[in-house]
Design a binder for this molecule. Structure first.
Ligand SMILES: *Cc1c(COP(=O)(O)O)cnc(C)c1O
Length: 224
């Protein structure tokens, strides 16, 4: 299989899942998760029509995407991995959306970096939807308070919510819970669903599905 045929197959599956859910196809975007992949693989996806990419490390993303963005100015890049506060400035310079905002200190640093760079990016709040102690993300019951802090106190533009349900569990109840939170707080974007469960996520209201393996193949470097 090639990246371009995988991409076509995925887009067809997304379209079918949308039809089954009674949602317009353009309500769901495929994000190509290109962590650990080389620039050549990313380029192959771009040439096949892909424009939205997700990376989980700032420096890796910068090295890979800075040259590609010169060549393809309409790329959109999201950060989907944990962000250390000391990399907030780099992140604000590089990404269009930071999907992993999950603590007040990071909100502070992102706000400061935006003022400094005169950039205005969108953030999604990462929710620890399974309330797992070892995992990143704000707990569901803290979301309202944290959202208030980000919007009122730090004037961040919060566009949506992101989650990673617990491994080896049925993801559907978690997807539905994230949707409920998004509706309650009037947030339009829901980043949820990966290679193994994106069709279920679409049925539950995902607006972005984050797909790595099913597009590029198995990762040789194992990493969350
Ligand atoms: C790696 C990763 C993905 C993609 O996972 P696949 O199973 O390869 O599709 C999605 N979201 C996040 C946050 C990731 O780190």
């Amino acid at each position: 299989m090639t990246i371009s045929s995988n991409l076509a197959a995925l887009n067809a599956k997304i379209e079918i899942a949308c039809q089954q859910a009674g949602r317009p196809t353009k309500a769901v975007r495929l994000m190509a998760v290109s962590k650990t992949r080389g620039a050549e693989e990313v380029r192959e996806a771009i040439l096949a029509g892909q424009r939205l990419f997700g990376e989980n490390r700032v420096i890796e993303a910068k090295t890979k995407f800075s040259p590609l963005r010169e060549e393809f100015p309409d790329l959109e890049l999201h950060l989907i991995g944990p962000l250390q506060t000391n990399k907030a400035l780099e992140a604000v310079k590089l990404f269009d959306v930071v999907e992993t905002l999950d603590r007040p200190k990071l909100a502070d640093e992102l706000a400061r970096a935006q003022t400094k760079t005169n950039r205005n990016l969108t953030c999604y709040i990462e929710v620890n939807i399974g309330e797992e102690p070892q995992k990143a993300g704000i707990f569901p019951q803290k979301l309202g308070e944290f959202l208030g802090y980000c919007v009122k106190k730090r004037e961040l533009r919060i566009g949506g919510l992101m989650c990673m349900p617990p491994r080896n569990a049925d993801p559907v109840p978690y997807f539905l819970k994230l949707r409920e939170l998004a509706i309650r707080h009037n947030l339009p974007h829901l980043s949820m669903g990966m290679s193994g469960d994106f069709e279920q996520a679409i049925r539950c209201g995902a607006t972005e599905v984050r797909i790595g393996t099913a597009l590029f193949g198995e990762r040789s470097v194992q990493r969350p």
